[in-house]
Design a protein around this ligand. Structure first.
Ligand code: PAF
Length: 281
C-alpha cells in the first residue's frame, strides 16, 4: 500500500500505472460500508485510489468538523487488506492553499433535504470531489447510497461538467439490526445505539404500507413519523418522500421511483438514512 500526502506525489504514482482507476473518496474513520466501496472498486478496476480527507468546506460553522472522528493508523490498517491500493491523505493546506477561491455549486438538486438543513454543505462536497477527480483522474468513482442526495449531486455535477467518470452507487451496508453504518455512529452511547435502528424500522414500515398498495405521500411520511415518535431518544429533523431523480418533495399520489429519507438526532449524532421505492415502476 502506498500513501501519498501531496497532490504531486499522488500524480507521480498515477503516472507509473496503466489501466483503469477506481476511486473511493472518504473522510476516514473507515467502516464496513467504506470497505464495500473499496471491494467494488478493486473488482472493477486495475487500480484503486482511496482518499482520506475530512473536508472543512462541507461542514457548517456549528457542525462537527473538529469532533469528526479521525484515526489514520486504524484506517491504514483496514486498507492493508488491499495491498495495491494507493491512499491519498492530503492536509487542509494541500487541498485549500492560501488564496483558494473556486467553488462548485450544483443548483436545484442541492437545495432540498440535507441541502436545506445544511447550507453550503453540497457546495463543499461538490468542490472537494471535483478537485479530487481532477487529481486522481479515475475512470470510475464509488459512493454509498446512504448519502442519496450527495450521490445525486455528484451525478449531476459529472453530467454538467463533462467529467469522463462513471459514478457507481453502492447499496448501504447495515448492521444486523438495520442501522446504516456511518462514522458518526461512534458518537452514540450504548443506550442511543440501541435506539438508532428506529430509522430503518420507520423506513421499513413505510415500505410495507407502499407494498400493500398505499400511494399517498403524506400517509407514507406519517407512517415514518409515527414509528420515530415511539422512540423517546429520537428527535426528527425531517422525514421526506421525494421524487428519486429531482428530489422534489412529493404531494398526493406518488408514481415512479421515490426516495424515502430522513434525518434524526439521537444524542449528539445526526443520523440519516433512506430507501428507494418503485424502481421498477
Ligand atoms: O461521503 C463522504 O465521506 C464525503 O462527503 C466525501 C464524498 C468524501 C467528500 O468529502
Amino acid at each position: 500500500m502506498i500513501v501519498c500526502e501531496s497532490i504531486d506525489a499522488l500524480r507521480r504514482e498515477r503516472k507509473l500505472r496503466t489501466g483503469t482507476f477506481g476511486f473511493v473518496p472518504t473522510m476516514g474513520y473507515l467502516h464496513e460500508g467504506h470497505l464495500e466501496l473499496v471491494r467494488r472498486a478493486n473488482a472493477e478496476n486495475d487500480h484503486v485510489v482511496v482518499s482520506i480527507f475530512v473536508n472543512p468546506t462541507q461542514f457548517g460553522p456549528n457542525e462537527d468538523f473538529n469532533a469528526y472522528p479521525r484515526d489514520l493508523e486504524r484506517d491504514l490498517a483496514m486498507l492493508s487488506a488491499f495491498p495495491d491500493v494507493v491512499v491519498f491523505t492530503p492536509s487542509v493546506q494541500e487541498m485549500y492553499p492560501q488564496g483558494f477561491q473556486t467553488y462548485v455549486n450544483v443548483e436545484a438538486v442541492s437545495q432540498g433535504l440535507e441541502g436545506a438543513r445544511r447550507p453550503g454543505h453540497f457546495r463543499g462536497v461538490a468542490t472537494v470531489v471535483a478537485k479530487l477527480f481532477n487529481i486522481v483522474q479515475p475512470q470510475r468513482a464509488y459512493f454509498g447510497q446512504k448519502d442519496a442526495q450527495q450521490l445525486a449531486v455528484i451525478r449531476q455535477m459529472v453530467r454538467d461538467l463533462a467529467f469522463p467518470i462513471e459514478i457507481v452507487g453502492v447499496p448501504t451496508v447495515r448492521a444486523s439490526d438495520g442501522l446504516a453504518l456511518s462514522s458518526r455512529n461512534s458518537y452514540l452511547t450504548p443506550e442511543e445505539r440501541a435506539a438508532a435502528p428506529v430509522l430503518y424500522r420507520a423506513l421499513c414500515a413505510a415500505q410495507a404500507r407502499y407494498e400493500s398498495g398505499e400511494r399517498d405521500a403524506e400517509t407514507l411520511r406519517e407512517t415514518m413519523r409515527a414509528v420515530l415518535a415511539a422512540e423517546p431518544l429520537a428527535h426528527v429533523d425531517y422525514v421526506s418522500v421525494a421524487d428519486a431523480e429531482t428530489l422534489c418533495e412529493c404531494e398526493g399520489a406518488i408514481s415512479g421511483a421515490v426516495l424515502l429519507s430522513m434525518a434524526v438526532r439521537i444524542g449528539r449524532a445526526r443520523l440519516i438514512d433512506n430507501i428507494t421505492l418503485g424502481i421498477n415502476g
